[in-house]
Design a protein around this ligand. Sequence first.
Ligand code: HEM
Ligand code: HEM
Length: 441
Amino acid sequence: MLAVAFGTTVAMWGIGYLGRMPVEPSSFAGGGRVLIPSAVLFFALAFALLAGGFVFGRCTLRRAGATLGTGVLIAALNLLILLSLREQTPLAFIPGSVAVIALVFTAGAGLGRLLRLPAEAAATLNWRAALSSVAVAATLLLLLAGGVVTGFQAGLAVPDWPSSFGHNMFLFPLAHMTGGIFFEHAHRLLGSLVGLTTLVLAVVLQRVEPRRWVRVLALGALGIVIVQGTLGGLRVTQIDIALAITHGVLAQVFFSTLVSLRVFLSTAWRELRPEAASPRSALDLRLLSVAVALLLAQILLGALQRHVARGLHFHLMLGVATALLVVVAGMRSWALYEDVRPVSRMGAWLAGLVMLQLILGVASYVVVGMEQRGAAPSWPMVAVTTLHQTMGAALLACSTALLVWHHRLAGVHAEVSPDRAQRSPPWTRTPRAGAARARSE
Ligand code: HEM
Ligand code: HEM
């Protein structure tokens, strides 16, 4: 219920965020055209809600009460935005919207039930991993939204925190959310949703996760997101650029933590048990440790350039060296670990993404250079630099995920005798783990 409710809400907020985005320089200052007209936006939101219901009906064995409960939970989460409409709408709008959201979701569930998964297949679905995937997706959206705030230099568009222009942030009238205020305030709202999702994930894991260290990691992620939110707020109230830089870097560390948690919760991680240490993995472990350290340095140098225009030359030189190392690490994982599908797949992604990052880096350099002094930041510049920044987070997360996998593959030396390690393949699947299941992870 929680995975579908939060997943649907994140999808709806993502659509709403994109839809209300100001699109031309005049509208960055306030008012003006937005990306998606209201009527189209309304149908897109309804579709997301129906799709969420469909997934619920198709994948769960729950009865009508649970379906309605999930719909009401989605409505309750959406009230964090809908309450901001209270001044512009009749009083009945709020309970009306709750009822409509719950009903549309239930209708979607009805459709999903027509194509319901067989009970055995539904019983094997990994909902803990699904909830953590929702947290990962929500954070990715937030990283993009944060990059847009910095890109449009809208960091101080709302002067106060935790209130917004004196309003409770969840009651700040939507009609005033235009231009720079839209970018900054929407980022706060999305930050709250990410904080709430991480809180729920941590609480759920405290109750159902048997591995203590995974529970501790979930609490760690919760700690980081609290610090991150506070840093964001203090950056506004203290007007301190050092806080903006720290906030930018910690965001990427938070994302990597969530992705690692997602790896630990995956079915593949739980079911693929290395039988013997892989000597190859020991080398990959070292390579990836250096790659993660270099990526962190790159992210810090990038943030320095972005916020205070310092260290670009170091960033460019280190960027090329980092990219080379990351490509090698990614290609090794891709080519040498075909038996461990998550590792080989992540290796291929890592090698591909870092190439893309180099292109985005060069493109950022060019578009930032083309900006005219004193003019409003252009959309192409903001889009390219934000993608480059978010790709930094994706690379750090992917490398960290590979690092923990290799740590696992390399870390069983003590458990096996050297001759056994030579005779048997370095890792095997437990009989329970079907190839199809591993692939689905
Ligand atoms: C809770 C999780 C949060 C995450 C993961 C996050 C992430 C980010 C990211 C990635 C950036 C772009 C940084 C850069 O380009 O260097 C950013 C910028 C920003 N964030 Fe957040 N943020 C969060 C919460 C908040 C909150 C609660 C606030 C409250 C006001 C906030 C305020 C800001 C501001 C003002 C900026 C622009 C900084 C500048 O350009 O000077 N953030 N955020
Ligand atoms: C693995 C390689 C690289 C990584 C991981 C990386 C990462 C990053 C990150 C994360 C940021 C933004 C930091 C923040 O705001 O918090 C950034 C900024 C930047 N990077 Fe890179 N980068 C890489 C390579 C390159 C290359 C090769 C170039 C140019 C040829 C480049 C040019 C830039 C520029 C110009 C900025 C500042 C953009 C702005 O002012 O908005 N980067 N980089």
